[in-house]
Design a protein around this ligand. Structure first.
Ligand code: UGA
Length: 441
């Protein structure tokens, strides 16, 4: 099929590359000229494992191209994906201006019978509005079907997630809408991927329901971590016990400094706003958010307690991205920790294997280095903020020798407490006994 993709962010670019890999002819468009220029050279503008190879192959085999106007992306398309950003506004509602602008542009340039797919995460009810905008814009021209097809890929694993999704969700209200989407995903469905078909509002709401539930699981683990610290219990074991129950499952029970990224914080706020606008007080979501903020407070409190007088003390932050395998720092809890410690007067130096200057620009006063040992050298305390493999693999004896005081606050529970104790590193994990308590010192 001929596919147009508007917006080449983390979702749009992966969608474009994967649809090309599935054999469709895909034309992508992004409003940002800098991103477009890089993509036209076959270079993704953000880090995502396996994406550069997929983009390169799609372009080399003539199934993937990036063009300079929406018209070129849409003109011959059977299906147009709207993957533009929906940033959160101060009041929690998502900003849907770009969605409306894309819908108007598609309405002007699309062939009759084109199916417009809403891929961006939007509030329930948005697809109907998009449909209305398109009808108004096209006037007497043939109608266009609008379909909701939320994306469940995770950054850092986006290519694998999109090639072999655990489900494909399609919301539509026309036979044509369903039929075109079945054709588009025929190969994956034939390979056994479940296709769930619903009405538009159900598909839209399901996406928020999933992200909010995953955030809830993380906050549940973080509340348990707080309780475990007070009770002298070990949250890693508690969540392992919970996760062994197939009704609960082991994933997303990792206690630490909380969730971040461009999805969970924004989607939780949007879901709360949606509920409120529909007259339902979904108070549980406010509590999930409160526990998440508290996770950052808790780690900052630990560091401040360790340092006693903070001004002038050097703190190494290990990991700056919102999670491993990405250079994305949007709503990264690591940067929230950095900003708080800078505010307290600490000399804060951060290391991340993928994040560079962007972190420095985001937190004035934060020094960023490309080598973990440069961050650790002379530090009075280190904080593990992201569970990067490079951090988990650190030689703790070397860490002890490099730091001024070998004290590590493990905000992701990636370091082995016994190995830390043996190396002489004082470890403050999250929701687990401290190392001295483990070795009985
Ligand atoms: C999330 C969802 O997992 C995807 O299914 C969804 O498609 C995506 O949002 C989206 O809406 O676009 P993503 O934001 O890439 O994906 O990252 P996650 O892997 O979900 O992690 C989110 C945050 O939760 C990270 O900060 C991570 O460190 C944190 N986390 C995750 C924990 O603190 N504990 C855990 O056990 C798991």
């Amino acid at each position: 099929m001929q596919v147009g993709v508007i917006g080449t962010g983390h979702v749009g670019l992966v969608t474009a590359a994967v649809l090309a890999e599935l054999g469709h002819d895909v034309v992508g468009y992004d409003a940002d000229p800098g991103r477009r220029a890089r993509l036209q050279l076959g270079q993704p503008w953000f880090h995502e494992p396996g994406l550069a190879e997929l983009v390169g192959r799609g372009m080399a085999e003539g199934r993937l191209a990036f063009r300079g106007s929406i018209e070129q992306a849409v003109a011959r398309a059977d299906v147009v994906f709207v993957c533009v950003g929906t940033p959160g506004r101060a009041d929690g509602r998502p900003d849907l201006l770009a969605v409306e602008a894309a819908a108007r542009a598609v309405a002007r340039h699309a062939l009759p019978g084109t199916v417009v797919v809403e891929k961006s995460t939007v509030l329930a009810g948005t697809a109907r509005r998009v449909q209305r905008v398109i009808e108004l814009e096209r006037g007497a021209l043939d109608a266009i079907d609008v379909v909701s097809n939320p994306e469940f890929l995770r950054e850092g694993r986006a290519v694998a997630d999109a090639l072999r999704p655990d489900r494909i969700l399609v919301g539509a209200e026309s036979h044509r809408g369903f039929a075109v989407m079945r054709g588009l995903y025929a190969e994956q469905v034939a390979a056994g991927v479940p296709l769930i078909e619903t009405d538009l509002a159900t598909a839209e709401l399901s996406k928020h329901a999933c992200n909010a539930f995953l955030a809830l699981k993380i906050s549940y683990a973080n509340a348990l971590a707080e309780l475990c610290e007070r009770a002298g219990a070990d949250v890693v074991d508690v969540t392992r016990v919970m996760g062994a129950d197939p009704r609960i499952g082991p994933e997303f029970l990792g206690a630490g400094i909380g969730y971040g990224g461009s999805c969970f914080p924004k989607d939780l706020a949007a879901f709360q706003r949606l509920s409120a606008s529909l007259g339902y007080d979904f108070g549980l979501l406010a509590e999930v958010d409160r526990i998440n903020r508290d996770a950052v407070d808790r780690v900052v409190r630990k560091v401040v307690d360790v340092l006693w007088n903070v001004p002038g003390k050097r703190v190494a932050l290990l990991g700056l991205a919102f999670k491993p395998d990405t250079d994305d720092i949007r709503f990264s809890p690591a940067l929230a920790v950095a900003a708080r410690l800078v505010e307290e007067g600490a000399e804060v130096v951060g290391y991340d294997p993928l994040v560079g200057d962007a972190a420095r620009d985001a937190v004035p006063g934060l020094e960023v280095v490309a080598d973990p040992h440069a961050a650790l050298r002379g530090a009075h305390c280190a904080v593990v903020c992201t569970a990067c493999p490079e951090v988990a693999a650190l030689d703790l004896v070397r860490v002890r020798d490099e730091m001024r005081h070998a004290i590590v606050v493990d905000g992701r529970n990636v370091l082995d407490p016994t190995a830390a104790a043996r190396a002489g590193v004082v470890l403050f994990p999250t929701g687990r006994p401290r190392t001295q308590e483990l070795v009985g010192a």
